[in-house]
Ligand binder design. Structure first.
Ligand SMILES: Nc1ncnc2c1ncn2[C@@H]1O[C@H](COP(=O)(O)OS(=O)(=O)O)[C@@H](OP(=O)(O)O)[C@H]1O
Ligand SMILES: Nc1ncnc2c1ncn2[C@@H]1O[C@H](COP(=O)(O)OP(=O)(O)O)[C@@H](O)[C@H]1O
Length: 668
């Protein structure tokens, strides 16, 4: 299955085609309010899958509109959704839950993936352990099918809303006529715009409580239009509403003779949110490579933009290799042409090395390729984002390693004010620079939601910690290439007759890192080895003198030292690194810089109580007296290694014996 809903395998990266607009426009509203009979009781007996298949068949030709509702319960959101569903005979959620694999298969036939994904997408969210509370509801009228994402308005709202909004083309923003625009309205509208939704229905609700006064309505609409203009929301349809009484909800109301626009449902049925994806350059993110036997090699995926015909010249990204399309293969036979939204398998005239996660693009309008970006990020984890820490970045079917290289500013989602920040907390949004370990094919989110959005995944817990949108590529690394050198690491190591290593001592302050590293150094040196010690205290006097002891600074401290240690092993040295290095993630990052067997993690294990008793530098006493903030073990965490190469318990052996164990390990 290629795509999902919301934060599924790649969260925001899943913007499905919602092919609304094509030939679905109507000329008037005279038939408004008429609904498709979808009484669950009247279904033929059989599995839920049969019912869904029937339903989809019946509605195959109709376009689909995905939308989201924003606002709190008080604003009338539940009433609005409840009434819409009631009036259009909703498909009950418990029946959704009953859908089995069978029905999913039905659902994915004929390119109609929507219904199956409802279930599939949510299941995947659960698998990932993300607690996102978004209910997707499905309903239809004679003119159109709808999926509405209902996000409950509690404290995790930003995250929930982003999930729901990521695949939506329209947002219904509810405002209480008595209260006008609230901070919350601004926040929701900001997220709506951030996620590329261009159409808003401003539902000014509870008009009955202000006597259906057109002045109240006009004032609110005027204010909202100002906000929408600032946020770049292009289309706003304002509707005076009483969700409770149904005024202007599914049909226009006699209570607002001064209002000439459509009811909410009429607008939803007819609004054209189409960005004609078929007219753009071809984009086929490759979901899998289909190679059933020697003579067939096809690249399968759902076309996210553009169209393709046999004979078209394509370019595989990021490699940039070109070829021509030979066949467009589908389960129902070969096609003469395929367009955005269709799931196809392409075969090519040449043997190109294309793998899952690559993008096949039209040669005339290829997507860009880059490894550094300016991006918006919504942080969704209780543990803060720290620049420099490495995460998995998942975009489409591609997973790479990435880190935030710089937080430009965070954005107050209530006021849109830009604030300085060195870390990001739960639900915060920021504009950042991102660095990837390899180039990817991408598009700006505003041009292609699928190729322009990503999620970050914690490498240790596998939890999805952020969702983001790519704004543009940073060109800074474009002209920097690896300079090949003739005397390489192996040659240098051989000259020194040793295996280069990075011996990484980690432990609390005063645990004994420096003492043991120093003894190891002396012994190795005496044995004729070429060594060097990198010690936290020393490096912090020079290279890292701009860094303090916040989590963010420690991450950067370790990143730099790991890079320096790497250069030193390239020079053929045995490097002894002695830093507290309190976080597992950064020690892992350091490990990954080195080849197999080169990195030796040494846990200098001294209980806090003992380190504090020794208090070599008197720092613990100061920290306890509140004179040193963020002191490791006191008010800053230390994450002990889980499987270090060496575990030295300093209460059990003296420094000399422990140093000997390290030397033996290295020479063993
Ligand atoms: N707040 C706070 N927390 C911990 N340590 C502190 C702090 N302030 C100063 N110091 C002194 O700095 C030394 C630790 O620096 P590191 O670079 O090893 O720290 S870290 O790896 O970035 O966490 C550490 O040296 P060691 O005792 O040799 O570990 C301390 O002497
Ligand atoms: N078994 C041991 N291993 C290492 N150091 C020990 C041991 N027992 C006592 N110590 C003492 O603990 C102190 C550790 O300080 P230091 O090596 O500077 O620690 P760190 O570099 O981890 O901050 C030294 O004074 C050392 O003599």
């Amino acid at each position: 299955m290629s795509a999902g809903i919301g934060i599924r395998e790649s969260g925001l990266a899943k913007a499905e085609r919602s092919d609304v607009g094509d030939g679905q426009r109507k000329d008037g509203f005279e038939k408004s309010g008429s609904v498709v009979a979808l009484n669950p009781d009247s279904r033929i007996p059989g599995s839920a899958g049969d019912a869904v298949a029937d339903y989809l068949k019946q509605h195959e030709s109709k376009s689909l509109l995905r939308f989201i509702t924003c606002g709190s319960v008080d604003d009338g959101k539940s009433t609005l959704i409840g009434r819409l569903l009631h009036d259009t005979q909703r498909l009950f959620e418990d029946q959704l839950a009953a859908l089995d694999a069978d029905s999913r298969r039905h659902g994915t036939r004929n390119g109609e993936i929507d219904f199956a994904l409802l279930v599939d997408g949510l299941a995947a969210e659960r698998e990932q352990g993300i607690t996102i509370d978004v209910a997707y509801r499905y309903f239809g009228t004679e003119r159109r099918k709808f999926i509405v994402a209902d996000c409950p308005g509690h404290e995790q709202y930003t995250r929930n809303m982003a999930t729901g909004a990521s695949t939506a083309d329209l947002a219904v923003v509810l405002v209480d006529a008595r209260k006008g625009l609230l901070t919350q309205t601004r926040r929701h509208s900001y997220i709506v715009s951030l996620l590329g939704i261009r159409h808003v229905v401003l539902a000014v609700n509870k008009m009955d409580l202000v006597g259906f006064d057109p002045d109240v309505f006009e004032r609110i609409v005027g204010e909202y239009r100002e906000l929408a203009a600032k946020l770049g929301i292009e289309h706003v349809q304002a509707v005076p509403l009483s969700a409770l009484n149904g005024d202007n909800l599914t049909a226009r109301s006699a209570a607002t003779p001064w209002y000439r626009g459509p009811s909410v449902l009429e607008h939803l049925e007819t609004v054209d949110v189409g960005r004609d994806a078929a007219d753009l350059g071809l984009r086929l993110p490759v979901q899998w490579v289909n190679r059933p036997h020697q003579d067939f090699r096809g690249f399968a995926g759902t076309i996210s933009a553009g169209r393709v015909r046999p004979g078209d010249e394509i370019v595989a990204l990021p490699s940039g290799r070109r070829s021509r399309v030979q066949r467009i293969v589908t389960a129902d036979g070969d096609l003469a042409q395929a367009t955005a939204g269709q799931a196809v398998t392409l075969t090519l005239a040449d043997e190109l090395d294309i793998s899952r996660g690559d993008v096949i693009a039209g040669a005339a309008q290829p997507a860009q390729v880059a490894d550094q970006f300016a991006a918006h990020l919504l942080w969704m984890d209780a543990t803060a984002l720290l620049p420099g820490r490495s995460y998995w970045l998942k975009i489409g079917a591609r997973t790479v390693t990435a880190s935030v290289t710089e937080i430009k500013h965070k954005i107050d989602v209530n006021t849109q004010a830009q604030l300085a920040a060195r870390r990001l907390e739960l639900n915060e949004v920021a504009w950042c620079n991102l660095g990837l370990d390899q180039p990817i094919a991408f598009e700006a989110y505003r041009d292609n939601r699928e190729l322009g959005s990503f999620v970050l995944i914690d490498r240790q817990t596998n939890a999805t910690v952020a969702a983001g949108t790519l704004d543009f590529a940073l060109r800074r690394a474009e002209n920097i290439h690896w300079q090949p050198v003739d005397v390489d690491k192996a040659a240098r190591a051989q000259a020194k007759r040793q295996k280069p290593r990075c011996v990484w001592f980690t432990g609390l302050s005063g645990s004994g890192k420096s003492t043991i590293a120093n003894l190891v150094d002396k012994q190795l040196h005496a044995l004729g080895h070429h060594t060097f010690i990198l010690d936290g205290d020393n490096v912090r006097h020079g290279l890292n003198k701009d860094l303090g002891f916040t989590d963010a600074d420690r991450v950067e401290n370790i990143r730099r030292v790991a890079e320096v240690a790497k250069l030193m092993t390239d020079a053929g040295l045995i490097v002894l690194v002695s830093f507290i290095s309190p976080f597992r993630a950064e020690r892992e990052l350091a490990r990954e810089l080195f080849g197999a067997g080169e990195f030796v993690e040494v846990f200098v294990d001294t209980p806090l109580q003992e380190a504090e008793r020794r208090d070599v530098k008197g720092l613990y006493a100061k920290a306890r007296a509140g004179k040193i903030p963020n002191f490791t073990g006191i008010d800053s965490p230390y994450e002990a290694p889980e499987s270090p190469e060496l575990h030295l318990a300093t209460l059990e052996d003296d420094p000399q014996a422990l140093a000997q164990r390290v030397v033996d390990f290295l020479r063993g």
